[in-house]
Design a protein around this ligand. Sequence first.
Ligand SMILES: Cc1cc2nc3c(=O)[nH]c(=O)nc-3n(C[C@H](O)[C@H](O)[C@H](O)COP(=O)(O)OP(=O)(O)OC[C@H]3O[C@@H](n4cnc5c(N)ncnc54)[C@H](O)[C@@H]3O)c2cc1C
Length: 729
Amino acid sequence: MTGGKLLVYLLRRDLRASDNPILHHLATVKDHGFTHLLPVFVFPANQIEVSGFLEAGLESPYPPARSQVGKFWRCGPHRAKFLAQAVWDLKQTLEDLESGLIIRVGSAADALQHLVSGLSDQRLSVGGVWMAEEPSHEEQQEQASIAAMCSANDIDFKLWQDEKYFVDDRDTGLKQASDLPDIFTSYRKSQEPLRERPRPALPRPVKSSLPEFPDPNLIPPQAPPFVEASNLEDLEMRLLAPLGSLLPNPPPFPEDAASASPFRGGETSAWERLRHLIQSGAMTKYNDTRNGLIGSDFSTKLSAFLALGCLSARRIHKELLDFENGANPLYETGEGYGKGENEGTRSVRFELLWRDYMRLCTKKFGHKLFRLSGFRQDASYHKEWKTSDVTTAKPHQKPSPGEIGRIIERFMEGTTGMGLIDASQRELFHTGYTSNRARQNVASFFSKHMGIDWRYGAEWYESMLTDYDVSSNWSNWQYVAGVGNDPRGDARIFNPVKQAFDYDKEGTYVRSWVPEVRGLEKLENIFQPCTASKAELERAGIADHIMVTDPVKRIEFLVDRKPKPPRKPFSRRRPGGRGGRAAGGATDNGTSGSTSGTGSAPSNVSGGAPRESAGHQHQVAGNQAQQPLMAIHVAHAPPYKGMAMNPAGFQPHVFPPAGLYPLQYNDTQWFDGAWDPSGGWGYGGEPLGRGGRRGNSGHNGWRSHGGGQYAGYTPVAPCFPPQNTRPPA
Ligand SMILES: Cc1cc2nc3c(=O)[nH]c(=O)nc-3n(C[C@H](O)[C@H](O)[C@H](O)COP(=O)(O)OP(=O)(O)OC[C@H]3O[C@@H](n4cnc5c(N)ncnc54)[C@H](O)[C@@H]3O)c2cc1C
């Protein structure tokens, strides 16, 4: 091919042939100027351990791919395997198109330099390197190093717009990244109606339409000290071999448990999944089922495909459009075929916009994504996070760094003694997946109940999740940990016991992944085994289990048998106002709430979600119909319960300015309260108006706290003036 001009296309998270702007361009535009195309995928040594590819006796030039804070493998076995399958699937697809893919390990810049030098040795010229842009810090650094390498070798370098998002970057209306609103709802509103926003998906190139793949004999082999994998099994084996045992005491895989996301990596499998979701009606039902914990079809399970770019968000949208418009007979069997957008398809679009938003946050905040204090610019925010690192722990830290280290280990093993958390952590460990509902609870428990440096949790997720995505993972962790873009910050705390009652109504999920509790009968014991009587624990054979003898946290929670008092007639409830969401003070995602007095579970302890549900009102109504008879039990007598609050500095009848103020319950937990001079205290929803009614009964100013569903909380005078939380908004 002397005299030919070769284009190297470096693939990263765009592992697909369909809706791929670079392949589409090469397949459809005549004058791109290249005679040959060499698609390349490099397993990046800083993110994925590549020592399994070493030639015998040689050492890696790269440090182990371990995380910064917890020193976990950055890419654990589930994602490594899924990624290997996705890369291999793309290789086969490109071969079917009469092209191909070469697979390398190391740093992308090193690998490309080696290829460029090797190809020039053969007097073949590399004329260009193209790749799709990624917004995250390391990927940007990688782009810069490849651009520098190209410049040094006099090669054209082109960065393409990454087109795997729902609303294309060029259509958001944001002039620059810093224009992104800090509240998702504001961004969403600026993009609605979502169904009309995405650009059309690009077709898959047809056979022989791509520039010729170079003669394999001319392509230099993998640079030493590494060797190439000979087939998919070999690739998987080399990626998995160095990882060894991930935990000192890994939980055994429970009998009868099954992965909710048992899918192979790759574009082929992504399409199968997408078609199944539409044909089976699962997409249509999505809004009703999305908070499920068990089974494959309660949510789409498209996240891992999206994370690696095996599927683009706008391709999902396109298939949904075809279904809604009755334009593809393949989807005829799906409920609602040809009947336009339904609640399910609308909600899926909504979630895909959340994904966009997380990526735009990465663009806006850059490396702050990984910072302990998160996106917050707020100088008054001084939370002391607990750590297992003796060099950074505060001298007065309790538990000690050593004890925190052990707690983190138990968190990863799933033996904290908190059923929902342990079930989710074991599911994650065994399968690489856990639901969004479970993720929210896990992140909240770790960062808010335990107060441990949330980055350990985020890094563990990075290691374990098959669908790990830098923006979605770190932004969601920040959001739940109260340092990201959740306007409620520290005020949003999930009560994992109440959440288990709400979302694991029969205890099936916890029983499934924590088999030790299968012998217990009562739900409250399953969700927190330490609450069971000695006799019950002995009968179940777990009286000496560490989850029982030394739970990392106890959450006082009463199952109250008292019937719910009648609700205030709707006409007598105050409209609008601040605080909770739609009736019941339910926060995001239809977390159930209650409008009644003592004896009902205050929904806001459980809090909302790092995503709102497009159909939350529907869900809330559903939950209210089956109001759980539970109450949060406050461990200490509430000194101000039912009294007019007279916070320091504020006299009765001298109302403070509108804004957010902290309230305290249980001596340790902090919540925000929102004061609205027109309506009193609201605490529960998003105070700055994400829709919905106030969370509590809030009327008559100070007095409002004592009644309503928040009767269990104890506002105490020392909370004022605000401390340990953000200042009034
Ligand atoms: C602490 C925490 C960490 C998370 N880490 C990741 C991660 O690394 N990768 C990841 O893809 N998602 C992450 N999520 C978001 C969400 O939990 C998963 O996207 C979802 O559970 C994947 O299952 P699904 O595909 O069935 O989702 P569905 O409910 O079917 O949603 C459809 C798609 O919308 C997107 N989506 C849904 N919710 C969110 C969200 N909150 N943020 C961003 N995108 C969303 C996903 O791409 C998902 O596939 C995290 C959430 C939390 C609370």
